[in-house]
Design a binder for this molecule. Structure first.
Ligand SMILES: [Zn+2]
Length: 124
């Protein structure tokens, strides 16, 4: 099956466990010098999807940001309106709180700015 951009539709669970994704995630983390884009004093442990629209075709700082463990829990927990972190599928069960909600959009915008700064700092 092809999506609207004539790309092969990717299965999330299959993809997220693939070598392709792990390799891409490592490349993304290298972009910031392995620093978290939300709490830059922490080490980026994973890549976080700000959108799932381009699954399999992600670009760093557009579709994904790199985050520490605590930042990731913060995005999928408190900002999702939950005391503990929940899956996006769980968050989307509330139509008024669909991912990314307003708080998550704001933190993603902030993280993209931090990402650009961290990227440029590597060249100083
Ligand atoms: Zn995430």
């Amino acid at each position: 099956m092809l999506n609207t951009k004539n790309r092969v539709k990717i299965n999330y669970y299959y993809y997220i466990n693939s070598y392709e994704w792990k390799n891409k995630s490592r490349k993304f983390r290298k972009k910031t010098g392995y620093k978290c884009q939300i709490f830059p004093w922490l080490k980026a442990k994973s890549s976080h999807h700000t959108t799932y629209k381009n699954l399999g075709y992600e670009k760093w700082n557009i579709d994904c940001i790199v985050v520490s463990h605590s930042a990731h829990k913060f995005i999928h927990g408190w900002l999702a309106g939950s005391r503990r972190d929940i899956r996006v599928s769980q968050q989307n069960k509330n139509p008024k709180n669909r991912y990314p909600n307003t708080f998550q959009r704001i933190i993603h915008a902030y993280a993209r700015i931090v990402g650009i700064v961290l990227y440029l700092i590597k060249f100083i």
